[in-house]
Design a protein. Structure first.
Length: 285
């Protein structure tokens, strides 16, 4: 899951530019847990060092102690970059492919119910909500289906990339040619080597920052489906349970909750029951 980022972790033999003690790591762990619910295991020490050393360089702090003190003293601007640095944003188009035909069948059954509302609750750089939008074009056979997708994430950097919808061509290599032709505009000149998703897909989606840990999400349901994939793994079970509790009133009574391949909500069986592999429905309708 984290492999993309772990390549930048330093080896034991490297000389570190900044002193990074076990106490510093414990402080980081506590701060990011309280802020984002992310539980960092001790195996993540090198990763944390390399990601935050960049923030020290960028901000000019001379030690982790000074940097972490400034966060604790409420340096609100740096909080955002600190959080962005510690999230893991790995994603891809049509990741966990089997979910998309399932979403299509689910929406197909509801197509006469008026506008369909979908929520992608950890949208990262946008590949997931754009894949959902492409599936909706497929169901309704139009670039302007009666669909609204709310796409949220905690990390403001990835949200900016998602809004732009511009991807290097190598990120699109696994997409079938017909999808590439139908849903992307190939860049020319300065944009060569990149492709942008068609504006019609962007028009279906509202991107917004949302911390799943916040008490008040200020969003209104009901959603016909919620995607919450490959984010719960960063949270401990009590945090997962609290989030799942908040999904319940936001999901339509016959709505679906899509989870990531290694996520199970068995510990919340009173809230959600398994419908199919990693897809859940409300336990009480
Ligand atoms: C590994 S990516 C998964 C992206 C996509 N859902 C997928 O399955 O391909 C996890 C995403 O969760 C986001 N995230 C982490 N903590 C979060 C939180 N507390 N609230 C909302 N999003 C969070 C990260 O910023 C990151 O973009």
């Amino acid at each position: 899951m984290n492999e993309i980022y772990e390549v930048d972790s330093i080896s034991k033999d490297d000389v570190r530019e900044y002193k990074f003690t076990a106490h510093d790591f414990e402080r980081v762990k506590k701060l990011i847990y309280n802020r984002a619910g992310i539980s960092l295991s001790s195996s993540k020490q090198n990763m944390v060092y390399s990601r935050l050393a960049r923030r020290l360089r960028a901000t000019g702090y001379l030690s982790f102690k000074e940097y972490l003190d400034s966060l604790e003293n409420g340096n609100s601007h740096e909080w955002e970059s600190f959080t962005n640095a510690l999230t893991t944003n790995l994603t891809s188009f049509f990741r966990e492919q089997h979910h998309f035909p399932m979403l299509e069948r689910h929406v197909e059954k509801r197509r006469n119910n008026g506008k369909i509302h979908l929520w992608c609750s950890a949208s990262s750089t946008g590949e997931e909500p754009y894949s959902m939008a492409m599936s909706m074009v497929h169901v309704f056979k139009t670039y302007t289906p009666p669909i609204h997708i709310l796409a949220t994430d905690l990390d403001t950097n990835v949200l900016a990339k998602a809004r732009a919808g511009i991807y290097p061509l190598e990120r699109l290599e696994k997409l079938p040619k017909d999808k590439l032709r139908k849903f992307f505009l190939k860049g020319k000149g300065a944009q060569a080597g990149y492709a942008m998703v068609r504006p019609e897909l962007k028009n279906m989606i509202t991107f917004r920052q949302l911390n799943l840990l916040d008490n008040n999400w200020s969003i209104r349901g009901p959603f016909d489906a919620i995607f919450c994939r490959n984010v719960m793994i960063y949270f401990d079970k009590p945090t997962q349970y609290k989030i799942l509790q908040k999904f319940v009133p936001l999901l339509a009574s016959d709505g679906l909750l899509f989870a990531g391949h290694s996520e199970s909500f068995q510990h919340a069986a009173d809230l959600f029951k398994l419908r199919e592999k990693t897809v859940y429905e409300l336990a009480k309708k």
